[in-house]
Design a protein around this ligand. Structure first.
Ligand code: PMP
Length: 414
């Protein structure tokens, strides 16, 4: 039987832009064109309102209080956990742990699971295109445990060499920690296939979803990964909130990461027992207001329609790529077949930082530098790139302005 035909209306981008107050501002006398969404996205009014509402009406510490404000804050905080659970298709809410961000989520796994499970001679596999936050925690762990870090190479287009990956896997592989979407190239990695290959050898898989959760539909059960990490601030949500999804069996067997209040059942000087999941991994007062507001960000994405957002961003990506290659001397770094929302580029004779400064003079915000992926830059023998990255509120008109800005850059710098 044929799949049912889904007809979706194009998004009303002008109306969506009205939801983001910051987009009304000017920078250096020019209307803001915000193309640094891979670093952090802007926040819709619903998220700002939710924060304001929390602090105005029911600010209280959660879980322990019996007064009304504490109960309201606890209920709202826990509602976000439910929202995240369904957003990524996790089997249970106990598997959703709130952290400060992707970085902390990965470190939680490295310190808790890693220190309990990695022994001398064990192997951890990552790739050339990892963000520093998915490199350094494993380097620290490997150093401490005398374990070995293995790196999946990539081709000139910025795609993983899957044959090489299979060759790296072996009886000593304990963990594969892989980025879902590269922040510097936009490459979408085949994480389902990567996971299946790792599982066949009994290795555990962590997926760094910092860049994927906002652009792709995430179903952790379909991916079958053991851990999935992402940050709220790249999904139209507040800073200071991250998520670690982990399979229950693994999380239950893992020792606590941070010790303190909330994560205990009972404390005595003789013996302390730990709380159930997910609280065992949520020591101390969490970022209550921002977790609560994160729910509004997910609801914004769900009501706008993730598939519609993806289609719009894909259109922007393709349009921008086709326009940018017309600029003399411009070279796109990262030409993967499977790619979302990010274009990294260099221009002959122009330092990326100068490109960034000249664009900012026209109100255009782009990111320049190594994008916390120095080994990747080394792979391409470049110090850095200029990077544009799209969100739902970006438009083709903005890309036309970017192109004009870059034409001017070329004129000034060559
Ligand atoms: N991984 C990737 C792929 C990222 O893009 C980022 C953020 N740039 C991180 C990890 C770290 O995220 P955070 O800074 O929110 O912890």
């Amino acid at each position: 039987m044929n799949a049912p035909l889904t007809i979706s209306k194009p998004l009303d981008i002008a109306a969506i832009r009205q939801e983001f107050p910051v987009l009304n501002r000017e920078v250096k006398g020019w209307p803001l064109i915000y193309l640094d969404n891979a670093a952090t996205s802007q926040k819709p009014r619903q998220v700002l309102d939710a924060l304001m509402h929390y602090y105005t009406n029911y600010n209280a510490n959660i879980h322990r209080g019996i007064h009304t404000l504490a109960e309201e804050a606890t209920a709202a905080f826990e509602l976000t956990r439910d929202e995240v659970q369904s957003f990524i298709g996790a089997p249970s809410r106990e598997e959703i742990i709130f952290t400060r961000g992707t970085t902390e989520s990965i470190n939680l796994v490295a310190y808790s699971w890693g220190r309990a499970n990695i022994r001398a001679g064990d192997e951890i596999v990552i790739s050339t295109m990892e963000h520093h936050s998915n490199i350094v925690p494993w380097q620290i762990l490997c150093e401490e445990k005398n374990a070995v870090l293995k790196i999946i190479p990539i081709n000139r287009n910025g795609e993983l060499l899957m044959d090489e990956y299979e060759k790296l896997l072996g009886p000593k592989t304990r963990l594969v920690s892989i980025v879902h979407v590269s922040n510097a190239l936009g490459t979408v990695n085949p994480v389902k296939q990567i996971t299946a290959l790792a599982h066949a050898l009994g290795a555990v898989v962590l997926v760094d979803g910092a860049q994927s959760a906002v652009h792709l539909d995430i179903d952790v059960q379909d991916l079958d990964c053991d851990f999935f990490a992402f940050s709220a601030h790249k999904l139209y949500g507040p800073t200071g909130v991250g998520v670690l999804y982990g399979k229950k069996q693994l999380l239950e067997a893992m020792p606590p990461f941070l010790g303190g209040g909330e994560m205990i059942r009972e404390v005595s000087f003789k013996k302390t027992t730990f709380n159930d999941l997910p609280y065992k991994f949520e020591a101390g007062t969490p970022n209550i207001g921002d977790v609560i507001a994160f729910r509004s960000a997910i609801r914004f994405m769900n009501t706008t329609g993730k598939e519609e957002i993806r289609r719009h961003e894909q259109d922007l990506l393709e349009y921008a790529q086709s326009e940018l290659v017309k600029i003399p001397g411009l070279q796109i770094i990262g030409k993967a077949k499977e790619k979302v929302s990010v274009i990294s580029f260099i221009i002959d004779k122009a330092h990326p930082q100068d490109i960034g400064i000249l664009l900012d003079n026209r109100g255009i915000a782009v990111r320049t530098g190594h994008h916390c992926a120095q080994p990747l830059m080394e792979r391409f023998s470049i110090p850095g790139t200029a990077r544009v990255s799209f969100a739902v509120y970006n438009t083709r008109d903005e890309i036309d302005e970017l192109v004009k800005g870059l034409q001017r850059v070329v004129k000034i710098l060559s």
